[in-house]
Design a binder for this molecule. Structure first.
Ligand code: NAD
Ligand code: IPM
Ligand code: MN
Length: 345
């Protein structure tokens, strides 16, 4: 079989450090399964060249089978980088152009992991975050900037097509799991989009009679995420609520260093993109302090997406074993964690 063409975008800050470990583990568990092409993109590349994501590079990436991404984002408030430029024109552009409408973010409390919750219970859920719409589309603007009458809008875009496809994906996942789907929204205030999400969830529910439907407003969802996270199986939500709740989900399951994600186009018409939930962490970059586990688990999601289920399971088991042996307060260099997991797979 010919190798899977993998575009590697290590990016900024801790991105290259954690990506190197994910590649190390992929190579250990599935040698020769991938042929990688590295792309130098991100803050440094922008500062050196003024380029963010040239169309020619996007076209090349589009021709690959999948993408492994580290993190994108420069130093906070760098005066030489316009706010949001890299996030919008690189990371979100990839998600939008490649139609990554299912942003899949699993949360699991591994045995031995310290949760900040006193009695966390068994946490094992996935957030299916809509990835191409909502307030992320850049639909808005500002007028009278700098005057006392300045006004800015960020309009949330929600289409029936966009909602239905992600809701259907979430139901299908729930059917294969514990058969419970929770819609998280804010239907009491955001009535236009909220009604549409609620109606479509109930319409699609008729195709999945075995799946129980639950609903929480986003504010209440943050309560239950802390007081009773075991109640969740599959959460489906919009792009912004999904962003926020998955950082909280990461925190209650042992921290952002463990949280993996896949930006999926389930149709496979374009390459899907696998990346840790965390960002470039400029505060710890370049010091081998980052936990590469999130990147490694994202690589496991990549294996799973390509049907290499056994290899994916081996990575997950190796990570679980590595986590179980971690000693509170101990910190290993990024590469040492990668070495340990690679040795176990
Ligand atoms: P962040 O996730 O980079 O960092 C938040 C905190 O978590 C920091 O204290 C950081 O040190 C810690 N942290 C993150 N990953 C860690 C890891 N693997 N191991 C140990 N600690 C870890 O979020 P931020 O500070 O809000 O954002 C920094 C930059 O990253 C911004 O430019 C932001 O836009 C960008 N960002 C990019 C992505 C992405 O590329 N997918 C995701 C989130 C944020
Ligand atoms: C994430 C990040 C991104 C998002 C940013 C950096 C655009 O926070 O992947 O969670 O908001 O989706
Ligand atoms: Mn986020």
């Amino acid at each position: 079989e010919s190798p899977i063409k993998l575009a590697v975008i290590p990016g900024d800050g801790i991105g290259p450090e954690v990506t190197a470990e994910a590649l190390k583990v992929l190579d250990a568990v599935a040698p020769h399964a991938f042929s990688t092409t590295h792309y130098t993109l991100g803050a440094e590349h922008y500062l050196a060249t003024g380029e963010v994501l040239p169309d020619s590079v996007l076209d090349e990436v589009r021709g690959q089978d999948a993408i492994l991404l580290g993190a994108i984002g420069g130093k906070p408030n760098d005066p030489n980088i316009p706010p949001g430029l890299l996030e919008r024109s690189l990371l979100l552009r990839l998600r939008f152009e490649l139609d990554h409408h299912v942003n899949l973010r699993p949360s699991k409390l591994y045995p031995g992991v310290g949760s900040p919750l006193a009695s966390p219970g068994e946490i094992d859920f996935v957030v299916v975050r809509e990835g191409t719409e909502g307030p992320y589309t850049g639909n808005g603007g500002a007028i009278r900037v700098g005057t006392p009458h300045e006004m800015a809008t960020e309009v949330s875009v929600n289409t029936a097509y966009g909602i239905e496809r992600v809701v259907r994906d979430a139901f299908a996942r729930a059917e294969r799991r514990r058969r419970k789907l929770t819609l998280v929204h804010k239907t009491n205030v955001l009535v236009h989009a909220g009604s549409m999400w609620w109606r479509i969830v109930n319409e699609v529910a008729t195709e999945f009679p075995d799946v129980a439907v639950d609903y929480l407003h986003i504010d209440a969802a943050t309560i239950f995420m802390v007081t009773d996270p075991a109640r969740f199986d599959v959460i489906v939500t919009d792009n912004l609520f999904g962003d926020i709740i998955t950082d909280l989900a990461a925190a209650v399951t042992g921290g952002i260093g463990l949280a993996a994600s896949g930006n999926l186009n389930p149709s496979r018409a374009t390459p899907s993109m696998f990346e840790p939930v965390h960002g470039s962490a400029p505060d710890i970059a370049g010091q081998q302090k980052a936990d590469p586990t999130a990147a490694i688990l994202s690589a496991a999601m990549l294996l799973d997406f390509f049907g290499m289920t056994e290899a994916a399971e081996r990575v997950e088991k190796a990570v679980a074993a590595d986590i179980a042996e971690r000693v509170a307060g101990e910190s290993r260099p990024t590469a040492a964690v990668g070495d340990a997991v690679a040795a176990r797979v």
